[in-house]
Write a protein that binds this ligand. Structure first.
Ligand SMILES: [Zn+2]
Length: 114
C-alpha cells in the first residue's frame, strides 16, 4: 500500500537522523503533505501507528499538515488562485505548480539528545 511504503521511508529517515545526532528518543514529528500527493491522511496515520512499534518513533506523536497546492505563471511567476483558469492573465502562459504539490516533507523532529 502507498501509505505504508511512505511511512516506512519516513521512519527510516527519522531513524537515520536520530542516529546521526545520537538521540535516545523521538518525541514528535511534523510532516507536511501536499494536497496533490494523493495521500489519505487517516490511512497514513494508521500506517504510522502500526509501523512505529519497535522503532525509535514508538512514542513519537506525528502531526500531519496539509499543504494546499499553489500555482504560478511559468513566465512571470504571478500567483494564480486555485479554482481559476490555470493560465496567466498577463502573459497567457500556462501555470505550473509552485508549492504544496505532491511532496511529503519531514518538517520537524523533536528528539531527545543526551
Ligand atoms: Zn505571467
Amino acid at each position: 500500500m502507498h501509505e505504508y511504503s511512505l511511512v516506512q521511508s519516513l521512519v527510516t529517515r527519522v531513524e537515520a537522523l536520530a542516529l546521526a545526532r545520537k538521540a535516545t528518543a523521538v518525541h514528535r514529528l511534523v510532516v507536511s503533505v501536499g494536497e496533490l500527493a494523493g495521500l489519505d491522511p487517516e490511512l497514513f496515520q494508521t500506517a504510522y501507528d502500526t509501523f512505529r512499534t519497535g522503532t525509535i518513533c514508538e512514542r513519537a506523536a506525528m502531526e500531519l499538515r496539509r499543504v494546499p497546492a499553489r500555482w504560478a505563471c511559468s513566465g512571470c511567476g504571478r500567483g494564480i488562485p486555485k479554482g481559476e483558469v490555470l493560465t496567466c492573465p498577463d502573459c497567457g502562459l500556462p501555470a505550473r505548480l509552485s508549492a504544496g504539490g505532491d511532496e511529503i516533507l519531514l518538517e520537524t523532529i523533536e528528539m531527545e539528545v543526551p
